[in-house]
Write a protein that binds this ligand. Structure first.
Ligand SMILES: [Mg+2]
Length: 228
């Protein structure tokens, strides 16, 4: 029986992809007002694969952001930024990212239906910026625990974060569900750690996997868990 529910944050509860686009445009507008949204998408598309390199442990979080900014400038003929210029862009970007963080429309109803359960977040980003996004999105105070990678050390899909989330909520892994937008990192990672892994596939882009539950919207989650 599921007694506690853990969530991923980015692109699961908060529309981070939209916030990233908005923030990249906002930070770039200062130095290149004529650059259009499509050009700014270089930041989030990340053709250099720098976020993936961070995922593999080859770059730090700050290094992958710097590398993406250098790539954005070089791809669109913008002047090279010195260290102070990069710092200014990245600070602007972080503020704009937090300011643009919005919960998906299906989040409030889902969380209300689950309010009798202990709820938590396990995220591959450090906790502090994630708490700032939660505040902007009106979701602060909803979750008993918000665990960032800076507390559990090894990124999902490794089991550490899932196990830490269950321990923090005081449940066994078999009593917890974990919901996230990435099939391998979230749903399969959680399942491998012993939780009920659930893939939130908002785009419906793939067939239902044979090994984990799939939902298309968080509106489906309470019924899947037998709640509400
Ligand atoms: Mg995510």
């Amino acid at each position: 029986m599921i007694r506690a529910v853990l969530f991923d944050l980015d692109d699961t509860l908060i529309d981070t992809t939209s916030a990233i686009r908005t923030a990249a445009r906002s930070a770039t507008a200062e130095m290149a007002p004529s650059l259009d949204d499509e050009a700014c998408a270089t930041w989030w598309v990340d053709p250099g694969g720098y976020f993936a390199a961070y995922d593999r442990g080859e770059l730090s979080f700050a290094e992958q952001r710097e590398a993406r900014l250098v790539r954005l400038c070089s791809e669109h003929g913008l002047p090279d930024l010195d260290e102070a210029g990069r710092r200014r862009w990245l600070d602007h970007y972080e503020r704009a990212l937090v300011a643009a963080s919005r919960a998906f429309d299906d989040v409030p109803t889902c969380l209300r239906a689950l309010e009798a359960q202990p709820l938590g977040i396990v995220t591959n980003i450090a906790a502090a910026p994630q708490l700032a996004k939660l505040r902007t999105a009106g979701l602060d105070g909803v979750f008993e625990v918000v665990l960032g990678v800076d507390s559990f050390g090894v990124r999902k899909p490794s089991p550490e974060g899932f196990l830490a989330g269950c321990a923090a909520l005081g449940v066994q892994v078999t009593e917890a569900a974990y919901i996230g937008d990435l099939l391998d990192t979230d749903a399969r990672g959680a399942a491998a750690a012993g939780l009920c892994g659930i893939w939130l596939d908002r785009t419906g882009s793939a067939p239902t996997p044979p090994d984990v539950e799939r939902i298309r919207s968080l509106a489906e989650l309470p019924a899947l868990l037998g709640v509400g």
